[in-house]
Design a protein around this ligand. Structure first.
Ligand code: GPU
Length: 794
């Protein structure tokens, strides 16, 4: 391979500034500096990338393909700098040009190609796959517009389009030579044994590659995103007739397919364009995978030995029928063999049990867009029924195609994302399929990458840890256990506490400058950041805050623990209840923050436009992590892990990975409250459960009364009538039933926080015992249990 000597970062920045961007230091704007630094870093990543690719070819190793409709990668420059251990060099180089490192990093727009946990998990997985040296590709869609930008007008959420490509983006390589035609609609031609699909409409998928570098630059994988283009981009005939709109129409239509990310999190949209996007991603990825496999190995029967394809939820579930179609219709393998090869290659991760998120498509729409695939789904379903005579549920009931069942049947392994979630999969949604295939479901509890979620976002804590136990923890996070002996040392605990304090001061200053929000870093920083959803129960949090406010007002001098409650999160644009909760929090914040009697003790803020970068600011400064979903509803959670790792104990329910976090950090370092998943199911059957809970708790009753009477919306007193009606009536997510115990847990938090040393120890124990929640551990689990893939690192 071509060997070039590596210039110093300073020289590389100057070269790129000059020759890639045509600026000298005097005329360069911030974006030029950001781009020049990015290119300088990118050059080094490319070196690692080529080496990894060579090694993968040389060894003929099995490759992993992670198919996901979302990759919530955020900013990439700091990731690259941190993973290549260039932080000090980059700071020094920039300061030679009088540029501030953090200012340059902050110029990069977030790539928000995802909604929430599922998309961020995919991004953490990519980084861990590279860090552990597993040959892998991520496949996704290059949305022109990622998740919308959120702002508030009179407390209400307003959505604006996001335009991450509006500024220059440093990380992708366009691959105009990698293009596939993707078809939709049309008809199926059956001639005896030979079946052919003739699509009625075609678009082209073009590849854009982003290298993803692992820690210390020892390995790099590829994120390949597909962009839609027209096959014949321009209708010259229409143009010549003066019809310019019609002339440009083919291009506009084709580009629509990768235009925007659907802004729904754990709810299904069921729109035609969404199904098109799903097939577009999947079909392009499979063509690419098979081309690469063909070049290197050829014999399709070896596919399961050389290729592992992971389906991130059911969104790419069409991969099952598509792979069967290619192997059977196009390559001529018998249907049964095609099935076996496809199943040997595919595996499926389930991320929710909530019925509204389980994808299913009406057969009319499905058959219109993918006529051959509908036939194959039937054939797959029939074969499965024949092989399993005791089966009662079809994936084709009610004129629907049920993507969860299809994915299960087409996968050699199906995994849940936390121990509790996996158990519930076996007993609820997939109980029949689990009975028929008892070895198929496995658990792989989620994790987060410690490079981004500790080393990069919390340099002060990372520094203390490395000072104390060396830097082996960065890619072997369980080494954090070595911190435990230090926790007995009061001098060390002081240092730990000072780290947290400095992070809180930094956040406070930033919030002051950015939002004009004045906060006292001495307060307990209580943070709930995640998508807005009834099951995540941000309303439980704000109702408790209102009740607490009342209590402080009644007795202002009772020595309250001062608390700052921070919220952030987006609601799907069509999810009106969730938007009401945002508005309620904003309205309540105005009233409570302006109460001179109480505002030393309680302050509330909802920060707009939650994204990965905002999380990176908030997580290191948190004292308390709110993980308060209705038990049985949050598949795992991953924010919960980021907080624990950064020394914020959890107030939470026994839901998702909270259960495992509590097991690891110890029950005495976790504020547990609420019903268990089993008790939740019981409680739902109790008549008037909400009413009973309200009647039993005057604090809850009076908080709900204040909301109903318009205490927080004086100009429109019945603004929240709908919200309160829901809580007093169906209250499906059992806010009222869990309120009293939540309130108790919060008072325990108050008492515990008043003991500074005790709290600091608890926080430090959370850090020391969170090592298991590294996504490196998760990825090694997938490699061993599901993919049978090897690391290629020495
Ligand atoms: N999740 Br389904 C999403 O973020 N979006 C989805 O569409 C679906 C699930 C989340 C789960 O809600 C969360 O509990 C989990 O930690 C995360 O996926 C990653 O597994």
């Amino acid at each position: 391979m071509l060997q070039l000597s590596t210039p110093s970062l300073r020289d590389a920045i100057l070269r790129h500034l000059t020759y890639s961007f045509g600026k000298d230091p005097e005329h360069a704007i911030l974006e030029d500096w950001r781009m020049a630094l990015s290119y300088a870093v990118r050059d080094r990543i490319v070196d690692a990338w080529f080496k990894a690719t060579e090694k993968t070819y040389e060894t003929g190793a099995k490759r992993v393909y992670y198919l996901s409709m979302e990759f919530l990668i955020g900013r990439l420059l700091e990731d690259g700098i941190v993973n290549l251990e260039l932080v000090e060099e980059a700071k020094a180089a920039l300061s030679e040009f009088d540029k501030d490192y953090h200012e340059v990093l902050s110029d990069e727009p977030d790539a928000a190609l995802g909604n929430g946990g599922l998309g961020r998990l995919a991004a953490c997985f990519l980084e861990s796959l590279s860090t552990v040296g597993c040959p892998a590709h991520g496949y996704g869609i290059r949305y022109e517009h990622g998740l919308f930008r959120q702002s508030f007008v009179d407390g209400r959420q307003v959505e604006q389009p996001e335009t991450w490509l509006g500024q220059r983006h440093a990380w992708e390589f366009e691959r105009p030579e990698v293009r596939y035609r993707i078809g939709f609609g049309g008809h199926v031609d059956m001639r005896g044994e030979t079946v052919r699909w003739y699509p009625g409409e075609e678009v082209e998928a073009e590849a854009f590659d982003t290298p993803v570098v692992g820690f210390r630059g020892r390995w790099a994988n590829t994120l390949r995103l597909w962009s839609g283009r027209a096959i014949h981009p321009f209708d010259l005939d229409a143009f010549n007739h003066g019809d310019y709109a019609r002339a440009a129409a083919p291009e506009a239509l084709a580009r629509t397919i990768s235009r925007v990310l659907y802004p729904d999190d754990t709810t299904e949209q069921g729109k035609e364009l969404r199904l098109k996007q799903e097939y577009f991603l999947t079909a392009a990825a499979l063509r690419d995978i098979l081309r690469r496999f063909n070049n290197q190995f050829g014999d399709l029967r070896k596919l399961p030995d050389k290729v592992a394809i992971q389906l991130n939820d059911t969104h790419p579930a069409i991969a099952g029928p598509e792979l069967v179609r290619i192997l059977h219709d196009e390559r001529g393998l018998p249907f049964e063999d095609a099935m076996e090869i496809a199943r040997g290659t595919l595996s499926y991760t389930n991320h929710t049990l909530m019925p509204e998120a389980l994808e299913s498509w009406g057969e009319d729409l499905f058959g219109r867009l993918l006529p051959r695939h509908l036939q194959l789904v039937d054939q797959i379903d029939n074969a499965h029924a024949t092989q399993n005579p005791s089966r009662t549920q079809s994936m084709r009931a009610d004129h629907q195609v049920k993507m969860g069942q299809l994915s299960f049947v087409m996968a050699h392994h199906v995994n849940g994302v936390s121990a509790l979630h996996t158990d519930l999969m076996k007993t609820t949604v997939f109980s029949e399929l689990h009975r028929l295939h008892p070895d198929r479901i496995v658990n792989e509890t989620n994790g987060v990458t410690p490079r981004r979620w500790l080393l990069a976002c919390n340099p002060a804590l990372a520094g203390l840890i490395t000072d104390s136990i060396g830097d082996g923890w960065i890619d072997d996070l369980e080494q954090l256990q070595k911190l435990e002996p230090f926790i007995e040392d009061s001098g060390w605990i002081d240092r730990y506490w000072n780290v947290k304090k400095s992070n809180k001061i930094e956040l406070s200053n930033w919030m002051g400058q950015t939002y004009g929000l004045h906060t006292d870093p001495e307060m307990l920083f209580d943070i709930q950041i995640k998508r807005m959803h009834e099951y995540k129960r941000q309303h439980l949090n704000i109702i408790e805050a209102i009740a607490h406010w009342q209590e402080i007002r009644e007795n202002p001098d009772a020595g309250w623990t001062p608390r700052l409650k921070l919220f952030a999160g987006k609601a799907a644009p069509g999810y009106f209840f969730a938007k009401d909760i945002i508005r309620l929090i904003n309205d309540a914040a105005v009233v409570i923050n302006n109460d001179p009697v109480t505002n030393k003790y309680l302050k509330i803020a909802f920060l707009p436009n939650y994204n990965v970068s905002l999380a990176e600011r908030l997580v290191p400064a948190a004292d308390l992590s709110e993980q308060i979903s209705t038990a049985g509803k949050e598949a795992s959670g991953t924010g919960n892990m980021k907080f624990a790792l950064n020394g914020a104990p959890t107030v939470g329910t026994l839901d998702g990975a909270n259960v495992e976090i509590r097991d690891h950090v110890g029950p005495e370092n976790f504020f547990l409250f609420g019903m268990t998943a089993e008790e939740v199911m019981e409680r739902r059957t109790v008549e008037n459960h909400a009413r009973r809970a309200i009647d039993a708790d005057p604090r809850l009753a009076s908080a709900l009364k204040l909301i109903r009477e318009g205490r927080f919306s004086p100009s429109e007193p019945d603004r929240y009538a709908g919200v309160v009606d829901n809580l007093e009536g169906p209250d499906f997510f059992l806010v009222c039933s869990d309120f009293t115990d939540y309130w108790r847990a919060q008072r325990e938090v108050d008492t515990a926080f008043a003991d500074r040393t005790g709290w600091a120890r608890m926080a430090a124990l959370n850090t020391a015992r969170s090592g298991w929640f590294s996504s490196d551990r998760t990825i090694r689990g997938y490699m061993a249990d599901i993919w049978k893939a090897q690391s290629l690192l020495p």
